[in-house]
Design a protein around this ligand. Structure first.
Ligand SMILES: Nc1ncnc2c1ncn2[C@@H]1O[C@H](COP(=O)(O)OP(=O)(O)OP(=O)(O)O)[C@@H](O)[C@H]1O
Ligand SMILES: [Mg+2]
Length: 373
């Protein structure tokens, strides 16, 4: 804005006689919402507008004074050599912009530049100051708030993932406590095994979360993708029944891939769970697999409301959620898991309505060699 001020002041000088010029310049500066001070060639204050007077002292005290005396904050500033900047402007040096400059108690955006006459002659210096203290504070406040929201949802996400095993554990423990006297030894051992398995699941979940956040390499072992998927879908069958939706599996992959079972399990689990949540009562979720020449493809279709085109990339942003109680972690974690295998996830529209998620898991060198043999 002070660039514009300089432009107008030069324009005024061209069209007005000199004595009117000063008056008009002052009138122009007066209306600006930012603090403006202009000096003569000696660096004495000629213009000191209302916005500046509001925080840098009254105009009457400033007019005619050397700028640094009229504006003690500049003289006292240990961060910046204002005397040097003003001297450079008076010598006709380049216009300088200071984007975030602490000045006393405030944070300002400031500009310093020469004011030139018709033949390019330097007539003085112009400085402008915009108080950005409160907007900077507001920005900082927003940044902190976003961070604390992120931490809250991360906490919620982890809680949400470990609640199921904890529930199962506490149910089993309660049962044991009530019936330990009449239960046969084998039944107790079987209950203990279930609980150990639940604990194992929690442990691997935590390990998985840590690993995904660290982004380490996948821990690969040979797996039949169809077998892996059947296990995931079996675990989700209860949820499908509860939601009143159908969960169909059409296995079509015969390949053995070297994958990190836990990671692919979580990725597919998160995507199918979303599909079930979207399909809702009476809806259908269908999972299919096929072997393409360079990758094994997993397609998850649902006939829910689908995802608007503008949201299709956003669903992978950390903490992006449209669900009450959602964490927005399911898909970003799934994406990282698949990408750590060199694969990718596409979000499309299902023909006939609903969402389609397509996972591509590339075959590695081991599988390519096996294919040729
Ligand atoms: N199959 C789908 N159909 C429609 N929208 C979907 C589908 N899958 C994901 N979304 C949208 O993407 C958002 C992000 O999904 P993501 O799994 O990352 O988190 P979430 O499901 O909201 O939370 P959480 O997984 O913790 O329950 C969802 O809130 C939803 O708006
Ligand atoms: Mg989800």
């Amino acid at each position: 804005m002070s660039g514009r001020f300089l432009f107008y002041s030069e324009l005024l000088l061209r069209v007005l006689p000199e004595e009117d010029y000063a008056l008009h310049l002052e009138a122009l500066a007066e209306e600006l919402p930012l603090g403006v001070v202009a000096t003569d060639v000696q660096g004495r204050v000629l213009v000191w507008n209302r916005a500046l007077a509001a925080w840098a002292g009254p105009r009457e005290r400033a007019l005619g004074q050397p700028l640094l005396e009229a504006f003690p904050l500049l003289a006292a500033d240990t961060n910046l050599d204002w005397a040097g900047l003003i001297a450079a402007a008076l010598r006709g040096g380049a216009y300088r912009e200071l984007v975030r400059q602490p000045l006393g108690e405030r944070l300002v955006r400031a500009t310093v530049g020469p004011m030139r006459g018709p033949q390019g002659l330097v007539l003085g210096a112009v400085l402008s100051f915009q108080d950005i203290t409160s907007s900077a504070r507001e920005e900082e406040r927003r940044r902190l708030q976003t961070r604390s929201e992120a931490i809250t949802s991360l906490g919620a996400g982890i809680a949400h993932e470990i609640r199921n095993p904890i529930n199962a554990l506490s149910l089993n423990l309660q049962l044991l406590r009530e019936r330990i006297a009449d239960l046969p030894r084998e039944a107790i051992a079987a209950k203990a095994d279930t609980m150990i398995a639940e604990l194992g699941r929690m442990e691997s979940l935590v390990a998985h979360l840590l690993e995904v956040s660290r982004g380490g390499p996948p821990d690969r072992a040979p797996e039949r993708i169809d077998v892996l998927l059947a296990a995931v879908l079996e675990r989700l069958e209860g949820m499908a029944q509860h939601a009143g939706s159908r969960l169909l599996f059409r296995p079509g992959s015969r390949r053995v891939l070297h994958v990190d079972r836990a990671r692919i399990d979580r990725a597919v689990h998160n995507i199918v769970r979303n599909a079930l949540e979207s399909a809702g009562r009476g809806g259908t979720v269908e999972v299919r697999t096929r072997d393409d020449p360079h990758s094994t493809v997993i397609v998850v279709d649902d006939d829910g409301p689908g995802i608007a085109p503008e949201d299709r990339q956003r669903v992978f942003e950390l903490f992006w959620t449209k669900k009450r109680g959602g964490t927005g972690l399911g898909l970003p974690l799934a994406q990282r898991a698949v990408e750590s295998h060199g694969g990718e996830i596409e979000v499309l529209e299902r023909p006939g309505g609903g969402a389609r998620f397509v996972l591509h898991l590339p075959i590695g060198q081991d599988e390519a060699a096996a294919g040729e043999a």
